[in-house]
Write a protein that binds this ligand. Structure first.
Ligand code: ADP
Length: 336
């Protein structure tokens, strides 16, 4: 109810904008746009004030492409850590629970000095679970999840970024509680600033007083390698068990984990995907066509499948890249 749009409305032309009531005879609006706006209307059949004077096509885009009504990720789907340099997902989950989920579930308690921050900055190499955390927040807090990539604002939506952001906040406001996940925020920085995030932080420090710096990085090596290996083992087991395909022994799982040092969560997911093709490829070699193949005739995924897959799926993050995140965490992170 206390929503304040982040961008000032400078007035401007209102042609081609939505109005209070969606006119039944408004031919300029396609069926899907009309349907989408109708879904956002209140019980009185009127469009909420926050959506008036916004372009219908932008509202439609936000509702169809950016809003994810069922993110379908739960806390338990997220491994606690998956790379040597990335610890602290346990810490991240705890902080997110206290800073975001509880306030969303119990706004009556989180007021005054307990008022929650308005934003959260998750940083880390690609494929380490940042988006998953955003979706899990929405899932756990029964909130609507909005995903937008900042780089798409600057490329695909050249000149319209501001209007789109306004539509995004308008729709999110009507769908509260909402989680807005802005990916690749660094793409909003200039090239020069990108090379030195520190400068950006200094320059924008004032605006960021409500943004929590939330690192997944840990500079101390006391988080032993075994811990990280366990996280990779967890991802392998979790993904294969879902399909009833996990039959590796502990020793075999350990071998895979040793061979996957430096693999991110999404690298592990890709590896499991590739390995799970092994039994299928082998079964097809017997001459049975894909359409006639009996699922039960396929063997489980074995160590050999992982060894083959390892030749295809390489780690996507280099150790020098990790060093950059570590350095940033040392300067600005919340995890000592
Ligand atoms: P990011 O947003 O950090 O780039 P994502 O959250 O999009 O990474 O991760 C991509 C995919 O990789 C996820 O959908 C998931 O399957 C897998 N993944 C990444 N990190 C983890 C993790 N910590 N635990 C389990 N799966 C993970």
């Amino acid at each position: 109810g206390n929503f304040v749009p982040p961008i000032r409305n400078n007035g401007g032309s209102t042609s081609n904008m939505t109005s209070r009531v969606i006119g039944k005879n408004d031919d300029s609006m396609g069926d899907s746009t009309r349907k989408c706006l109708e879904m956002l209307c209140g019980p009185d059949g009127e469009l909420p004030e926050k959506l008036r004077n916004l372009e219908p096509r932008l509202i439609e885009h936000v509702s169809n492409e950016i809003m994810d009504k069922d993110p379908n990720v739960r806390w338990d789907d997220i491994a606690n850590s998956c790379q040597p340099a990335i610890a602290g997902l346990e810490h991240a989950k705890k902080c997110v629970t206290e800073m975001v989920i509880w306030p969303l579930l119990r706004p009556d308690i989180f007021r005054g000095c307990r008022s929650p921050g308005r934003g959260l900055l998750l940083f880390g190499p690609p494929g380490t679970g940042k988006t998953m955390i955003g979706k899990a927040i929405a899932g756990e807090a029964k909130a609507t999840f909005f995903y937008i990539s900042a780089s798409s604002l600057t490329s695909k939506w050249i000149g319209e970024g501001e209007k789109l952001v306004r539509a995004l906040f308008g729709v999110a406001c009507c769908r509260q509680p909402a989680v807005i996940f802005v990916d690749e925020i660094d793409s909003l920085l200039s090239q020069e600033q990108q090379t030195d995030l520190k400068n950006w932080m200094k320059q924008h420090g004032g605006d960021l007083q409500n943004v929590y710096i939330f690192p997944f990085l840990h500079q101390e090596s006391h988080c032993s390698m075994v811990y990280f290996k366990e996280a990779r083992a967890w991802i392998i087991r979790n993904l294969l068990e879902k399909d009833g395909l996990f039959k590796l022994t502990e020793e075999e799982t350990n071998i895979v984990c040793k061979l996957t040092e430096g693999y991110s969560g999404s690298d592990m997911k890709n590896l499991v995907k590739d390995a799970s093709m092994g039994p299928l490829r082998e079964a097809l070699q017997q001459g049975v066509g894909i359409t006639k193949l009996n699922k039960e005739d396929m063997r489980p995924v074995i160590l050999k499948d992982f060894e083959t897959a390892l030749q295809e799926v390489r780690p996507s993050v280099s150790s020098s890249e990790l060093g950059t995140y570590e350095e940033w965490n040392r300067q600005f992170g919340s995890l000592a």
